[in-house]
Design a protein around this ligand. Structure first.
Ligand SMILES: *[C@@H]1O[C@H](CO)[C@@H](O)[C@H](O)[C@H]1NC(C)=O
Ligand SMILES: *[C@@H]1O[C@H](CO)[C@@H](O)[C@H](O)[C@H]1NC(C)=O
Ligand SMILES: *[C@@H]1O[C@H](CO)[C@@H](O)[C@H](O)[C@H]1NC(C)=O
Ligand SMILES: *[C@@H]1O[C@H](CO)[C@@H](O)[C@H](O)[C@H]1NC(C)=O
Ligand SMILES: *[C@@H]1O[C@H](CO)[C@@H](O)[C@H](O)[C@H]1NC(C)=O
Ligand SMILES: *[C@@H]1O[C@H](CO)[C@@H](O)[C@H](O)[C@H]1NC(C)=O
Length: 481
């Protein structure tokens, strides 16, 4: 650095350090050779002062991104290299060669290119829309943060067909998290847990598929969220923000759509008041609708179900006979505490592996049935059918009976649900002194077996006699069927 630049930086630093958010520079045009540094100034600020690009603190270090300045906090809207660990320091430089790079603090280490611009940039800018752009010599935008969204869409930024938003891990870790919003090439806008593509894993969609439209998702500066087709007049408004508040001359409203870490898509408004004071942040719209956070699939892992606690948080519970895969992470799912073969008899003379069917009510699950027994069994028969089938781990009884495979997924608590689950639970029991419950289970199983035998023989008899009965009183026979 030349001796003339140091005092200039110092002056700027001192002026800007008086702001509560630390050191900033506001500039409209960022020429080649411009630099910001974790030691300050840490960011370039848009002319309005509302948006900034630069270093923001994350974890033990810094991440690079764009945020909305909501003193004393900030809303992160975009993150560079989001899956790399935060950096301990360094600078961001628009090099003389026209590339935007992070330069590590250690001398001699290579810089990391932030923008994948096809040609060399002559200048950069952080615009009042929140878009950070690179320009070529003809002042054409050659790269923008709007073109590479992470978890957020800002007004003026489009999510074209085939593009996605990916949630962050948490509010303090902006690496790729568990959910995605996919603008599918079939015209449907769908939310999934990451990694899942089957329609069964989708937890929200616009239902705009199969209309031969390629839709683009867009947000207006007035908070209108809509889908449009580039090649036709088709429009579909997803949400209209009430204009009565934002129309006030004493305030300014900023909107953004974010796929949050909890898998919920929220449209936020931030109202800044001309007379100063803290901005007001509000969720204008959110999907899945309602505050049922458990309808987001994948909140809880396999073989566990989600419920909303009294404080509004989600919690996961294992099915009976299962325990958490990882004792300190209840969202990872559950596995069997004790697996059973098909026995009931173990080679060990004194100890027997006993299977019981444990009833779980008030839940709903994704249906992964491998078999649906014919003849619509009753709820008790459904339980017995699974009990007597080695391969059956869980029986689900709703309007019909089905045998389920493990893992069973996307469970959630639904009070008053019509679904009853019978989970096969294995335990080692000393022989002859089996617990009262398993004796009860075994006897009820035996009783059921007897009952079905009786039923079978009665029906065989009835079938044999049917022509005779029909001939005599056809009305009665019909009602018996
Ligand atoms: C520069 O940013 C500050 C906020 O950091 C803002 O108050 C000021 O108005 C901005 N300057 C201009 C010229 O817009
Ligand atoms: C919001 O702005 C768009 C254009 O930017 C306009 O078409 C639309 O009517 C506005 N909506 C409301 C509710 O004012
Ligand atoms: C918009 O907000 C105003 C003021 O809060 C309220 O009176 C009005 O009913 C709202 N309009 C709609 C359509 O919700
Ligand atoms: C959970 O425990 C394991 C070891 O038992 C540990 O390695 C891991 O870091 C822990 N995870 C969390 C989130 O505490
Ligand atoms: C299931 O939910 C219903 C309705 O909320 C409640 O009355 C019933 O006690 C619940 N049953 C169990 C086993 O939790
Ligand atoms: C259970 O079934 C009844 C009758 O079909 C229905 O009215 C009710 O809404 C169902 N309950 C749930 C939670 O789906």
């Amino acid at each position: 650095m030349s001796p003339y630049i140091i005092p200039l930086c110092l002056i700027l630093f001192i002026i800007k350090a008086s702001h509560s958010m630390g050191a900033q520079i506001n500039e409209t045009t960022i020429p080649q050779g411009s630099e910001i540094n974790t030691a300050g100034p840490q960011s370039w600020v848009s002319p309005s002062g509302r948006f900034a690009f630069g270093f923001y603190p994350e974890g033990e270090g810094f991440s690079i991104g764009v945020w909305l300045v909501t003193d004393p906090s900030r809303f992160i809207l975009w993150t560079a290299f989001r899956n790399d660990p935060p950096v301990s320091g360094g600078s961001i430089l628009l090099t003389a060669g026209g590339s935007l790079q992070w330069i590590p603090p250690n001398q001699g280490f290579q810089g990391k290119v932030i923008s994948a611009a096809p040609t060399s940039a002559t200048s950069a800018a952080i615009l009042d829309t929140g878009n950070f752009v690179l320009y070529d010599a003809k002042n054409q935008v050659i790269w923008s943060t709007f073109g590479t969204p992470t978890d957020t869409l800002l007004p003026g930024q489009n999510l074209p067909p085939g593009n996605q938003l990916f949630s962050s891990v948490s509010n303090t870790n902006h690496a790729t998290g568990k959910y995605r919003l996919s603008n599918q090439p079939d015209g449907n806008l769908v939310m999934y847990p990451i990694g899942a593509i089957d329609p069964d894993s989708a937890y929200w969609n616009t239902g705009t598929y199969a209309q031969n439209f390629l839709l683009t998702l867009t947000l207006d500066p007035n908070g209108t969220l809509w889908l449009f087709d580039r090649n036709s007049p088709y429009r579909m408004v997803l949400f209209l923000t009430n204009q009565s508040l934002s129309a006030s001359p004493d305030s300014e409203s900023y909107y953004h759509l974010t796929l949050d870490a909890d898998g919920i898509l929220r449209l936020y408004s931030h109202v800044f008041f001309k007379q100063g004071g803290a901005p007001k942040t509000k969720v204008e719209w959110l999907v899945p609708p309602s505050n049922d956070r458990c309808s987001v699939k994948g909140v809880c892992g396999p073989n566990s179900f989600c419920q909303v606690t009294s404080s509004g948080e989600t919690s996961c519970s294992c099915l009976p006979g299962f325990e958490f895969l990882s004792a300190n992470q209840s969202t990872q799912g559950c596995w069997r505490a004790q697996t059973g073969g098909c026995t009931g008899n173990s080679p060990n003379g004194d100890i027997g592996l006993v299977a019981t069917m444990v009833t779980v009510k008030n839940t709903s699950w994704s249906d992964r049935s491998y078999n649906v027994p014919p003849q619509s069994p009753t709820i008790e028969e459904c339980k017995a059918i699974c009990m007597s089938d080695c391969a059956c781990e869980i029986a689900m009884f709703d309007s019909y009976c089905s045998k389920q495979m493990l893992p069973i997924r996307y469970g959630k608590r639904v009070p008053g649900s019509n679904t009853t689950l019978f989970v096969k639970v294995y335990s080692y029991e000393p022989k002859r002194t089996a617990s009262a419950t398993s004796i009860a289970m075994l006897t009820s199983g035996a009783a059921l077996g007897m009952l079905s035998l009786v039923l079978l023989s009665v029906s065989v008899m009835l079938c044999k006699r049917r022509p005779f009965l029909r001939a005599l009183e056809s009305d009665h026979t019909l009602s018996m069927i």
